[in-house]
Design a protein around this ligand. Structure first.
Ligand code: ADP
Ligand code: GN1
Ligand code: MG
Length: 360
């Protein structure tokens, strides 16, 4: 599908713009548009409607959040969609894919691996600020853009179903990973118990806080704003901290196949909790504070299950570059999970002292 029709839909003339593919996300297709005269930049994204089956839910959530922030925190940089020529948030192409246009934030960069603890602290602060600034907006007004997105028990059932219908070869080569996932089924039940507790507040969470979903300022090196807001929706405190642990503590990303390089860097763990709690500690319930060390385990386990399920099903969901990549990704996540588990009591102490520092 050419971009001409899409650009027209947004009232832009294709001949005036250069487009390049951009970013390393697994789900959407992203293009940077640069105006041939003047150099103005925009970001155009095709939303994967196989994943986001109700794109209007994304558009509705964006509008609610943007209106609330404009009224209560007008200085906050929120990536609000640029409207189509017909005044809508999304443009649908002939194949039925929805597209959106966003302001391009210039002089920024994103990274797939965190190099310094300061970057982890700064990114975590930005995700905390987003949730804190939205805490006055009733979370139940937002829709689930992917129903049951972080429902760990459902993810486990999907893994069991994929396993039951997977071929012998797939089952044999992933035997160790399948075993590790089965042994940890109790984590899914524990998560359901935690979120059912009245002390666990329904909040507006980002749900995809991996490090390449934050833009960093080229000059200051500080995180500037979260991006990829498709999964901004009601959820629980565990999701965002968990995905940060998953992607900030290891020196290498989920794509690394040399597992000796996949490890937990304690100073990065500390920095991200420090950044997050510096903004959010005062707003947490006692129950949430007591269970903050569960976040990383829960998210790493969920991601290991999701990659493994996708592999067993023949890779329908995550983009892959070679056969077996989703199994490799799952191995990577399990290695990190095992190491995180071995450090849990030290991490609990650390979280306790950060909470004392921020809430007394
Ligand atoms: P995906 O769902 O594919 O992960 P993202 O929204 O995360 O899509 O965008 C992919 C990449 O494009 C990001 O990692 C970032 O590098 C870049 N990017 C996204 N939005 C912007 C923006 N508004 N300004 C500048 N760069 C952006
Ligand atoms: C996907 O779109 P992207 O690449 O930022 C996925 C996340 C996973 C992540 C793993 C909608 O995120 O949940 O954690 O890949 N997003 C969706 O890298 O499924
Ligand atoms: Mg992304």
């Amino acid at each position: 599908m050419g971009l001409k029709q899409v650009l027209n839909g947004f009232g832009l003339n294709e001949a005036d713009w250069e487009s390049v593919e951009f970013g390393s996300g697994h789900i959407n297709n992203t293009y940077r548009l640069t105006k041939k005269q003047g150099g103005e930049k925009l970001l155009l994204q095709r939303i994967n409607h196989f994943v986001f089956k109700n794109p209007q839910a994304i558009a509705g959530n964006m509008r609610l959040a943007a209106d609330y922030l404009a009224a209560h925190h007008p200085d906050y940089l929120f990536l609000n969609a640029i409207q189509t020529a017909d005044g809508a948030e999304l443009f649908y192409d002939r194949e039925g894919f929805p597209w959106r246009l966003l302001p391009f934030i210039d002089n920024t960069f994103s990274m797939d691996e965190v190099q310094e603890p300061g970057q982890a602290r700064s990114a975590a602060r930005q995700f905390a600020i987003l949730t804190r600034k939205l805490s006055g907006l009733d979370a139940s007004l937002l829709q689930a853009t992917i129903p049951d997105f972080h429902n760990l028990e459902l993810r486990y059932r999907q893994f069991e179903e994929a396993l039951a219908s997977a071929g012998q070869k797939h089952q044999r080569e992933a035997a160790d990973e399948i075993g590790l996932c089965k042994e940890r089924a109790y984590l899914a039940q524990e998560y359901s118990r935690l979120i059912a507790h009245p002390g666990c507040r329904l909040r507006i969470m980002h749900h995809d806080t991996k490090i390449n979903n934050v833009l960093f300022d080229r000059e200051s090196g500080e995180a500037k704003c979260p991006i990829d807001l498709d999964t901004l929706m009601p959820g629980y405190i565990f999701s965002d901290l968990g995905d940060m642990v998953r992607t900030y503590v290891s020196p290498v990303s989920e794509e690394e196949t040399d597992l000796s390089r996949v490890r937990v860097r304690d100073e990065f763990f500390e920095a991200l909790y420090d950044g997050y709690l510096s903004e959010m500690a005062g707003g947490l319930s006692e129950f949430e504070k007591q269970h903050l060390s569960f976040c990383g385990k829960m998210l790493l386990y969920m991601q290991a299950l999701r990659f493994l399920t996708d592999h067993l099903q023949g890779d329908p969901y995550y983009k892959i570059k070679y056969a077996g990549q989703n199994l490799d990704r799952s191995r990577n996540q399990l290695k990190l999970l095992l190491e995180l588990e071995s450090k849990e009591s030290a991490h609990q102490q650390l979280i306790k002292s950060l909470l004392e520092q921020y809430t007394g």
